[in-house]
Write a protein that binds this ligand. Structure first.
Ligand SMILES: Nc1ncnc2c1ncn2[C@@H]1O[C@H](COP(=O)(O)OP(=O)(O)OP(=O)(O)O)[C@@H](O)[C@H]1O
Ligand SMILES: [Mg+2]
Length: 410
């Protein structure tokens, strides 16, 4: 597929623990967006969301990129990449600046965000995102966009997300060695949230839980901005490992029976007999589906108990007014939604992809939520850049400085 003169190309890489997914989209001159390429490869160089084997990760990223390039019919030069893992931490911070000229301008907003960013950063960590939650002018009401308002003192409450420098660099290195430049890194749950949450949910208060293979990524939104983020260490692969150990079967068969017969809670409508390989792979054995569920249930309860504990210990209940949206491959586990409702005592729904472009039928699964979210983030950012390009050289300079503060991972 040839690139038209005015077309823009966007590419993203979701480096997951179980799969690498590369998506390529094209924005036509009339602003319409279409997904023109997708490449997938099994990922076996990651553990719990972080790169543990550089060579294997490069190989997987390269295969996924090649497949996406072939389908799109054009080379991929630079990408937006998702990041996750236990090294990610977040905190809320405040910043205050005086306003000299009376009305608040872009550079005052940039200055107050820089003030919020001035926090002690633990050794080996770097700031990935500084996300404004709300602004306060002269100690009065909270506002979401203070530009153009009058005041003498501007405060901001911001959510700061940090990650380990080594993990970030390993991810960048793997992508670069696979032949693509990294122009942005985005926390995975921010990306997933973008494409499964409605605007109203984000305004009223909602949580998203992306249950992946290595990590479950949690985020809370209210008043249209991020309130809380946390990467949890239990996800789909832990279920598979438990099944392999519990049924004495291979990891491959454990994964298969989990998807085909697994459920997060008992009792089952029908207790079936299932044939699985024995762990040495040379013989088969027959197990009951109720035995399978007896293995999965405590792990699902453990994951949801961690989420519950996070909500209670950080006093987050008041932010989650509309409930929790589950996404990621783990959300496909049968029975996870009612179990989550029971354990978290909140409305829970499975997130369907809400994206402003058409998606091929084969790519409708929640396992692609992060990939599509990365695409939406990249397109949104491009739009902001274009708006700043149109706003004159001075404003452009200020916005660019602001952006450098907001996403500062190198
Ligand atoms: N139908 C299903 N039932 C139960 N689990 C499923 C189903 N389909 C996929 N999964 C599980 O979802 C997980 C993969 O999800 P996903 O693709 O979102 O993870 P990932 O992005 O590779 O990993 P991570 O985000 O943790 O780095 C695997 O553990 C897989 O077994
Ligand atoms: Mg993922």
């Amino acid at each position: 597929m040839a690139k038209g003169f005015n077309d823009r190309i966007f590419a993203t890489v979701d480096v997951g623990t179980t799969k690498i997914c590369v998506l390529v989209a094209r924005q036509l001159a009339d602003k319409e967006i279409e997904v023109i390429g997708c490449g997938k490869a099994p990922s076996d160089g990651l553990s719990k969301g972080v790169v543990v084997d550089v060579a294997k990760t490069i190989h997987s990223i390269r295969s996924a990129i090649k497949e996406a390039e072939l389908m799109a019919g054009l080379p991929i030069e630079s990408v937006t990449v998702g990041i996750s893992g236990a090294h990610i931490s977040s905190l809320n911070s405040q910043g205050v600046v005086p306003i000299k000229r009376g009305d608040i301008r872009e550079n005052d907003v940039a200055a107050v965000l820089a003030a919020a960013r001035a926090i002690p950063i633990p050794d080996g960590q770097q700031i990935l995102h500084v996300l404004p939650q709300y602004y306060v002018i002269d100690g009065r009401d909270r506002v979401t966009d203070p530009r153009g308002m009058h005041g003498i003192r501007l405060e901001v409450q911001a959510h700061i997300i940090m990650g380990a420098i080594a993990s970030v660099q390993n991810l960048v290195k793997c992508c670069e060695s696979a032949g693509v430049a990294v122009h942005d890194i985005v926390l995975e749950q921010l990306a997933s949230a973008l494409c499964v949450l409605s605007e109203d949910e984000q305004k009223l208060g909602v949580a998203v839980l992306d249950i992946g293979g290595g990590t479950s990524d949690f985020a809370i939104y209210q008043h249209g901005t991020i309130r809380h983020t946390k990467v949890l260490p239990v996800a789909g692969n832990h279920f598979t490992n438990d099944i392999a150990v519990g049924l004495c079967t291979t990891l491959k068969d454990a994964e298969r029976v989990k998807k085909e017969h697994g459920a997060a809670a008992s009792p089952l409508e029908k207790d079936e007999f299932i044939e699985v390989e024995m762990v040495h792979g040379e013989q088969k054995q027959v197990v009951r589906s109720s035995d399978l569920v007896r293995i999965i249930e405590p792990r699902a309860q453990e994951l949801l108990a961690i989420v519950h504990e996070e909500i209670l210990s950080k006093r987050l209940e008041s932010f989650i007014t509309t409930g929790i949206v589950l996404t990621g491959g783990g959300s496909l586990l049968k029975g996870i939604q009612p179990l989550a409702e029971k354990m978290l005592d909140l409305p829970v729904r499975i997130g369907h992809l809400k994206v402003p472009f058409s998606i091929p039928d084969s790519l409708h699964s929640p396992i692609y939520a992060t990939g599509y979210g990365l695409l939406m983030h990249t397109i949104q950012k491009q739009k902001e850049n274009e708006m700043s390009d149109m706003s004159g050289p001075l404003l452009k300079k200020v916005l660019n400085r602001m952006k450098a503060w907001m996403v500062d991972f190198f």
